[in-house]
Design a protein around this ligand. Structure first.
Ligand code: URA
Length: 296
């Protein structure tokens, strides 16, 4: 980790304040510059991983991070369930600097009922979606991917960035930033998504050519094309798409006379699903991963 968060306590204006200092490494500055060139999102100067010094009351911090109503947050604090830098803080009016942001995206940390949390002004996270979960808040026949996220994230109303079928596995992003979700899912921005496809029949060179040239699906006369399509075995393909129509991979393979047996999304933009993120696990995106996900 190149940005180290250090905690020190002092008294300021009669109020206990925690100052969070950090070494912002050169790589951090590089990432911020990189983010500014993340074209098409706002005016290109918005960086969710960096903000000017910003003091917030503990009560407000908990509320903003999805720990329930203001009353509930106050209760958690008063009953001694909240700790910062290893010390219980039972005064909801205590202010903390939540702006500190390390190069890896980690910010102000606190514990609620002994569980560690990071403050994030906006939520950007990744999940390794297992099979058998629907990308819906109200699933019909399987469990919801939202059930794999902790309650405060659901309370913050994070949404899946696009959808995967219940039997598809792999990389799924979530955010509570509507503008970000739009940018990442809009075909206009052409963020590539890479799928590892296992088919029931051997894939022919002609099928590969047709997937790249474009096939017409039943909902539109306009052909949909794979940005790239590589044979990875007799019955294995790596398919890159920049649009996300309903069942798109399955319908494209059906259109060329084959059938998808299993589907796994391994990459979004340049962000590869990390090997150490097991199916069903989630984690916050680092600043670097955030940029990678939006990079073609
Ligand atoms: N295409 C599909 O057919 N299913 C998915 O889950 C994603 C892309």
């Amino acid at each position: 980790m190149s940005g180290v968060v250090l905690f020190s306590q002092n008294r300021l204006n009669g109020r206990r304040t925690v100052q969070i200092s950090q070494r912002v490494a050169i790589v951090g500055r590089f990432l911020r510059r990189d983010w500014r060139s993340f074209s098409g999102y706002g005016n290109g100067t918005y960086n969710p991983f960096y903000s000017a010094r910003f003091q917030m009351k503990l009560e407000q911090i908990l509320f903003s991070q999805g720990f329930g109503s203001r009353k509930l947050c106050r209760q958690l604090i008063v009953q001694g369930d909240v700790a910062v830098a290893g010390a219980v803080c039972d005064d909801g009016a205590t202010e903390f600097d939540v702006s500190a942001t390390a190069a890896d995206g980690n910010g102000f940390e606190f514990c609620v009922q002994a569980v560690r949390w990071q403050y994030h002004a906006k939520a950007y996270l990744m999940l390794h979606k297992p099979a058998g979960y629907e990308c819906s808040q109200k699933p019909k026949s399987h469990r919801s991917v939202y059930s794999l996220l902790p309650a405060p994230l659901r309370e913050r109303n994070v949404q899946a960035v696009g959808r995967l079928d219940q039997d598809t596995t792999g990389l799924l992003l979530f955010s509570d930033d509507g503008q970000y979700i739009h940018r990442m899912t809009s075909p206009r921005h052409e963020v590539p998504k890479i799928y590892e496809v296992m088919t029931s029949e051997a894939v022919t060179p002609e099928q590969v050519q047709r997937l790249i040239a474009g096939v017409v699906l039943d909902d539109s006369p306009d052909p949909v094309r794979a940005l790239a399509c590589e044979l990875a075995g007799q019955r294995a393909l790596q398919l890159t798409l920049t649009s996300g129509k309903y069942h798109q991979v399955k319908r494209m393979l059906a259109a060329v006379g084959n059938h998808v047996e299993s589907l796994h999304r391994s990459r979004i933009g340049r962000l590869v699903l990390p090997h150490d993120l097991a199916p069903g696990q989630w984690r916050w995106l680092t600043a670097e991963e955030f940029v990678l996900a939006g990079t073609r």
